[in-house]
Design a protein around this ligand. Structure first.
Ligand SMILES: *Cc1c(COP(=O)(O)O)cnc(C)c1O
Length: 360
């Protein structure tokens, strides 16, 4: 049987080419006779690789020179506290737009470190489906140390496509949409992402931090999570996750070979449009999100009868379509279609869905 298409939300599908390269050089990395897992992070060959990975990411995202790129521990959720501790003082006020489940976790984490966590708005139910409260309704604070939002809520499949226009430094959790569409990085104070959705292995995170936001860490910030220390130490204050850094670097090279983020955006828009069009035309499948707020990366859908869910998942798996079960908080199905998912995967899913509907 052909390799399955993996629609898992994270850890998620990686480009086969990348994994084959990692496999081919696993025992002897860059002909040095030892594995990349075994080499010192201070070894010149590793340091060169690390710098190339950073440069590739900078090229892909057109990251301006006045930003540091940090390779951090602790995944996406590690950044929930890191952002609060690094950017805000304990007596500060911070603004959060509640876009869904991950935003709620981020808000709860920030409450541990910052006196006033002001939620400016949240999800709303409209006639056309689930949406996020519009900017005109946001209750912004006077002097927020930052404004935090999650442009792609992975669980709910809700996206805020328009970059918020706010006075405070903008902080974005891009764990599930980094590198998926072109982005004006200069609009942001901090962009962070856990790696396992659109980049590489889990437990790893990337933080892109504007220089003027460094030097503000709260005194009790754990040193390995301190942006200023990590910026000064080239993300090697302690031993970084060398394998994740390496693998992420391979993904960045792969992205460049695909034509970069602009090419990915085109493909991602086409994949998502195909899926949503099919779901909207069907009376058997439905998507609960307002068309303007639909995610390009995570497409949740419900079957007309929940009792068919188990059978759908079982038969999908038999057709080589795995990882389609919706998040345990919301149920139903979810197709995650990150950069590594080719159009062929979406086509195979749609063919299966059409067939299943006919038989149901
Ligand atoms: C997956 C995810 C997280 C959590 O990432 P971890 O690496 O598991 O901590 C946070 N935010 C968003 C938007 C996510 O999709």
């Amino acid at each position: 049987m052909n390799a399955p298409f993996n629609f898992s939300a994270g850890p998620a599908m990686l480009p086969a080419e990348v994994m084959q390269q990692a496999q081919a050089e696993f025992l002897s990395w860059r002909n040095c006779g030892i594995s990349v897992l075994e080499i010192s992070h201070r070894d010149p060959a590793f340091m060169r690789m690390a710098a190339e990975a950073e440069q590739d990411l900078r090229d892909l995202m057109a990251i301006p020179d006045n930003y540091h790129v940090l390779f951090m521990h602790g995944g996406g959720r590690g950044q929930f506290s890191a952002v609060a501790q690094n950017i805000a003082s304990p007596d500060a006020t911070v603004d959060y737009l509640n876009c869904g489940i991950w935003s709620e976790f981020a808000i709860r984490e920030a409450q541990k470190y910052v006196a006033q966590v002001n939620v400016v708005g949240g999800p709303v139910q409209t006639e056309q489906g689930k949406a996020i409260c519009a900017p005109q309704q946001w209750q912004l604070s006077e002097q927020a140390a930052y404004f935090h939002y999650c442009p792609n809520e992975t669980v709910d499949g809700i996206a805020v496509h328009d970059i918020p226009e706010v006075a405070a430094p903008l902080v974005a959790d891009m764990s599930s949409n980094i590198l998926s569409t072109r982005l004006d990085v200069s609009r942001f104070g901090v962009i962070y992402a856990g790696a396992q959705k659109n980049i590489g292995p889990s437990g790893f995170a990337i933080a892109i931090v504007r220089n003027d936001l460094l030097g503000k860490a709260q005194g009790n910030t754990s040193t390995i999570m301190d942006y200023t220390v990590q910026a000064k130490e080239g993300s090697m204050y302690n031993t970084p996750n060398t394998f994740a850094w390496y693998l992420s670097g391979l993904v960045f090279q792969w992205l460049k070979r695909q034509g970069g983020v602009a090419a990915m955006e085109q493909l991602n828009r086409a994949k998502a449009a195909k899926l949503y069009d099919f779901i909207d035309r069907s009376s058997f499948y439905s998507n609960p999100v307002h068309p303007h707020y639909r995610s390009l990366m995570n497409v949740p859908f419900l079957l007309a009868d929940d009792a068919l869910n188990e059978r759908f998942l079982r038969e999908a798996e038999q057709h080589g379509l795995v990882g389609l079960k919706g998040h345990r908080f919301v149920g139903g199905m979810r197709a995650s279609i990150y950069n590594a998912m080719p159009m062929a995967g979406v086509d195979a899913l749609l063919a299966f869905m059409a067939d299943f509907e006919k038989k149901a």
